[in-house]
Every structure is written in C-alpha cells, then in structure tokens.
Write a protein that binds this ligand. Sequence first.
Ligand SMILES: Nc1nc2c(c(=O)[nH]1)N[C@H]1C(S)=C(S)[C@@H](COP(=O)(O)OP(=O)(O)OC[C@H]3O[C@@H](n4cnc5c(N)ncnc54)[C@H](O)[C@@H]3O)O[C@H]1N2
Ligand code: MOO
Length: 391
Amino acid sequence: MITVEDALARVLDLATPMPAETVALASAAGRWMAEPATARRDQPPFPASAMDGYAVGDSAPLGQTYRVIGEAGAGHGFAGKIGPGEALRIFTGAPVPPGATRVILQENTRREGDVVTVTEVSDNANIRARGDDFALGAQVPPKRLGANDLALLAAMNVPQVAVRRRPVVAILATGDELVMPGEDPGPDQIIASNSFAIKALVEAEGAEARLLPIARDTEASLRAAFDLAEGADVIVTIGGASVGDHDVVARLAESMGLERSFYKLAMRPGKPLMAGRLRGAAMLGLPGNPVSAIVCAHLFLLPLVRAMLGDPAPQPKVLQAVLGCDVAATGPRTHYMRARLSPGESLPQITPFGRQDSALLTVLCAADALLIRPLGDGPRRAGERAAYLAL
Ligand SMILES: Nc1nc2c(c(=O)[nH]1)N[C@H]1C(S)=C(S)[C@@H](COP(=O)(O)OP(=O)(O)OC[C@H]3O[C@@H](n4cnc5c(N)ncnc54)[C@H](O)[C@@H]3O)O[C@H]1N2
Ligand code: MOO
C-alpha cells in the first residue's frame, strides 16, 4: 500500500494538459484560460469624469464663479478646451477636456443661467486618469474564468478566449446489484448512487461527464461498457475494485492494456483505489462503497481534472481546525473522517461523526468536512490542532 501523497503524485502524473479551443466570451464562464489574455485598449481610454458636475481648470475655491461654455456626457465629448473662468457642464463617464483639472460635484455648486458658483469646497478632483483601471497590453494570466474575469476581459475588448477543452470523464458503475433510480430493483438489488455525485463533482470542476450504462459483473458487459468510454479523457469505474470473485474490473482493464500506476493505498475509506492509463485515457478505479467513491473523487479525481485544465495548484486544499472532541489513535491508513465544522475562536472547531462506515450517505450528507487523521497518529485531545478538507 502506498501513501495518499504518493498516490496523488502518481495520479497527477497521469494528467495530460487539455488542448486549447476558442470560445466566445459569453460562453466562457467557468472555463480555464489556455493562455494569457491581453488588453487591447486603455481603460478608461481618456481622463473620465467620476461625477456629474462642472469641469474647471483651477482648485475651485469657495465662492468662485465660472461661465458655463458647453456640455459633455458619456459617449459625447466636448470638442474645445477649458480656459480660466470657464466651466464645462459634465456628466459621469464623459471625457474631461484639455484645460480641466477637476470636476466640481454638482451638489457643491449653485447654477444661475450660464454662471455656476462654488458653494462647498472639496479636495477630490473626481477625474479618473486614462488607464487608471488597466493599460493597453496589460495581461490576465491563465485562470478559471469567473463572473468578474469575464467583465474584465470584455472591458479589455477581448471578444473570444482560448480555453482548455473540457476533459470528457466517462463514468462507469459496475455491479449486478445495481439499477438506476426510478427502476424496479429486484430483491437483491440496490440503487446506483455514486455516479450522480461523481458526475456533479467533475462538472462543477469544468469537465464534461459521460454517464455510461451500468455494467454487469461479466467480462462481456464490462468490455462493452469500456468500449462506450472510447474517446473519453478520463475513465472512472465504480466498484469491483476489491478482492472479491466478482471484482473483474482490474482484471479486464489489464487485459485491455491498462498500465497500472498503483492499486491500493493506505487510506480509509478508499483503500482499493486503482489508477493507471488505458487506451490513452487516465483511468481511476474507484471503490464501490458510496462514501469511499466520493471521498476518492475529492482526493484524486478532482485534482486530476484540475491538472488537465491547467490549474497550477490542483491538490486538495488542506485547512486547519481544532478538535471539538477527543479522537482515538489511527491505524495503518490515513483516515478521512466525515466531520462537522462549527465556529471556533481563531480556527473552526471540527468534530467527527460517531458513525464512519463508508456505506453511510446520510452521514456524508450531514458532513461539511473531512477530518484528516494521519496514519499511525496517536490519540488526540479536544482543543488540539487538526487538518481537514472542506466538502
Ligand atoms: N476481503 C476483503 N473485502 C473487502 C476489502 C478488502 O480489502 N478485503 N475492502 C473493502 C473495502 S475497504 C471496500 S471500499 C470495498 C470496495 O469494494 P469494491 O470496490 O470491489 O466494490 P463492490 O464490492 O463492487 O461494492 C462495494 C459496496 O458498494 C456498493 N456499490 C457499488 N457500486 C455502487 C454504486 N454505483 N452506487 C451505490 N453503491 C454501490 C456495493 O453494492 C457494495 O455494497 O470492498 C470491501 N471488501
Ligand atoms: O477503504 Mo473502504 O473504502 O473503507 O470502504
């Protein structure tokens, strides 16, 4: 059995970066940029008024009067320039003309005909310098595009972005006992649940999920399912990974040419995880127990997807908390305990659930964190520091 850290490094070795494709900005939310984007203009492209008021060329002392010589609005500049004793009626977003050094807030003036008088002084010039937000040539380094990034690229006049193609993740649940939700299970059958979590997790990370039909525990059925995974960038099998007579996934994948990176790791839940490369795709064989499959997806599948999309830090983010109760020593496997966070003084408090069976979806749903209990660690007392992963 290898360690979790070693296993993660080997999984990340399976990640090949996705090729780039070009998409319209309006379709780029959640996508990973494949290369930096470059501003095609200054923003603002001219000194711009930040307020509605009057543009003048002096410090606007109290009682000063100006003759209003024209008007400028957003999208409608003033062609002339401002001389001494002159003011331009100006609105927010309008270009500030030459000669003007400040915009007096409208509320700080009195207007009579074409004469405006300063009624209150302010040291705010109310002018945004050209390029104040960004300058021509400014670069946005590759990142996952969120709403704010899309607005920035739009302002930079970047109508299309080179993004990484979404990796296709084929999800293959295996087992004679499984039927899909809504079907009529036989007396020995249960409902396949894991695939739905795995699909949602990889989609949220920016991948495209391909949910394959459930494969039965026969070589023919599994082989047919693997054929349906053709062309996927990642193949995820669920179940059939352990030592039982019906656990044919590994055997079959190997007969199809799987280059195995590892099988079994010192982790609980998730010991029978398998990883490798099959027909050009990265393959992860997740254990069948629902919590094992989902925890392994958080720890290995999502980092793999992120690495393929170009995330420079694809590893799960380990956070710190303090224990909310005493915990027992761990055995020879690092234990990822389903736990609940509550507010603490400087760090949150983390308390694992009493029931840690890897079949318990209700406990997983009640959890918002995985308490990490390192392998071989002794008992720990409430109040001691502990690492966790947020769910
Ligand atoms: N003799 C041993 N037995 C087991 C070992 C072991 O080391 N020696 N490991 C245990 C551990 S740990 C795990 S985890 C499981 C993993 O088993 P498999 O990956 O082979 O999974 P299955 O046997 O196919 O299923 C386990 C369990 O999960 C249910 N299952 C499977 N797929 C789904 C699905 N898509 N949705 C919902 N539930 C699913 C399945 O019905 C079984 O109940 O092995 C232990 N045994
Ligand atoms: O390691 Mo298994 O995944 O405990 O249920």
